[in-house]
Design a protein around this ligand. Structure first.
Ligand code: SF4
Length: 402
């Protein structure tokens, strides 16, 4: 047995998650020097960028962006601030952006306004002649940080010993994981999934074998399993700090789905109470949540799906309809602004952006674009060739399945 008792640790990104929570709904950027007071880790950058006002940064980014032209493509995840999204050539969820990254072969540089694992994925899927940039290196993801490759390898070794390899166990990793974990999946007959295509990748995985190890988000894994008709009694949770993940050999042998004990600190804030309160206040409201929410919140909602699904379902809804939404607040505010004929609000009354996405302040975007204009690549994200090669196998399986 490889796993042993370890001291549980909480990722720093999880501890910092509530740094930007507030009850004032305005999420407009301030000069970075003021935002540094939030008490999270920020990457240092030249002082001149710290003091610039949002308007000055806006003009500076627009000017350098125009100068760089098609040499640069800028990808923006839906959870980014408005001051960033307005400069994105493409915006989307992690699945859509991974497809864009794979198709943008002409640009010399891909500036990825999102979080670290997304930039890694773009680096893996882009051409060898391209360089990927993450404007702020402290923009990680607390969920991805809950699955360390060493712990995942221990888990994999134990499960392989128990089940004897072959078609007994297929690993699926959510896009929100490190390149090393994607590579482990690629090497071991596994696949990557996103919240847009999780059911299709489950179908694929159960065609390969009897049992799935799902990393690192237990909620997306559980919600998808339930959607596919897998019972809760056929699922176990793997706690990386306990021997055999806190399970007996018998429990593991009975399981069809083994869920890594990770979660999204943003989406697990949404509760059944909030849904009930929204319905009390607006009896005709539609409730839509992301599948990274708990199974209780998903069961209480009217519908659930990826960020792309949430955007589409509200866009296509009739004028006058009301929507209570359980996903990241920057996106909910944007959907509300882009659908003025509907009432759209966040289920959580506390305004709590994803603190790592929020760390892509316009000052960082300005800094890395100025660098490119001067011939300097700041904050390049590169993945070692051997890791990239194996991770690409799992990513390409995903792109082929959906
Ligand atoms: S919203 Fe959750 S899963 Fe997405 S980047 Fe933020 S912490 Fe990670």
């Amino acid at each position: 047995m490889v796993t042993k008792l370890k001291t549980p640790t909480i990722p720093i990104t999880e501890i910092e998650q509530s740094a930007f929570c507030q009850t004032d709904e305005k999420l407009t950027a301030k000069p970075l020097a003021e935002e540094f007071d939030a008490g999270v880790r920020w990457q240092k950058l030249p002082m001149q960028y710290m003091r610039m006002t949002p308007d000055e940064l806006d003009q500076r980014i627009a000017a350098v962006r125009a100068k760089l032209g098609e040499r640069v493509v800028l990808l923006g995840h839906h959870y980014q601030r408005d001051e960033i999204i307005r400069f994105a050539d493409f915006r989307g969820d992690s699945f859509k952006l991974s497809q864009f990254a794979a198709s943008q072969q002409n640009a010399e540089h891909i500036v990825f306004c999102g979080v670290h694992f997304m930039a890694e994925t773009a680096s893996i899927l882009s051409g060898a002649h391209q360089r990927v940039i993450l404007p702020n290196l402290t923009a990680g993801c607390s969920m991805a940080d809950m699955a360390h490759i060493d712990d995942v390898m221990d888990c994999w070794d134990d499960l392989s010993n128990l089940f004897g390899g072959g078609d007994e166990l297929t690993p699926i990793t959510y896009m929100n994981s490190t390149a090393a974990i994607k590579a482990l999946c690629g090497r071991n007959g596994g696949i990557v999934c996103t919240s847009s295509n999780a059911p299709a990748t489950f179908d694929w995985a159960y065609e390969q074998g009897n049992r799935v190890l799902f990393l690192p988000d237990q909620h997306l894994g559980r919600n998808t399993g339930l959607k596919m008709g897998i019972g809760l009694d056929e699922m176990v949770v793997w706690n990386p700090f306990k021997v055999l993940g806190g399970n007996t050999e018998e429990q593991l042998s009975r399981a069809k789905l083994i869920l890594w004990q990770g979660h999204c600190s943003v989406h697990t804030r949404f509760t059944v109470d909030q849904i009930e309160q929204a319905r009390e206040k607006h009896p005709d409201v539609n409730v839509v949540v992301h599948p990274e929410c708990t199974m209780e919140a998903v069961a209480a909602a009217d519908m659930n799906g990826s960020t792309e699904y949430i955007i589409k379902v509200i866009e296509e809804a009739p004028a006058g309809s009301k929507w209570a939404v359980g996903t990241e607040i920057s996106l909910v505010n944007r959907i509300a602004a882009e659908n003025p004929d509907k009432t759209v609000f966040c289920l959580d009354p506390v305004v709590c952006p994803c603190s790592t996405m929020y760390r892509i302040h316009p000052a960082y975007l300005s800094w890395v674009l100025d660098g490119l204009d001067e011939g300097v690549t700041v904050n390049e994200i590169a993945v070692p060739d051997d890791v990239a090669e194996d991770a690409r196998v799992a990513l390409n399986r995903m792109l082929a399945v959906v």
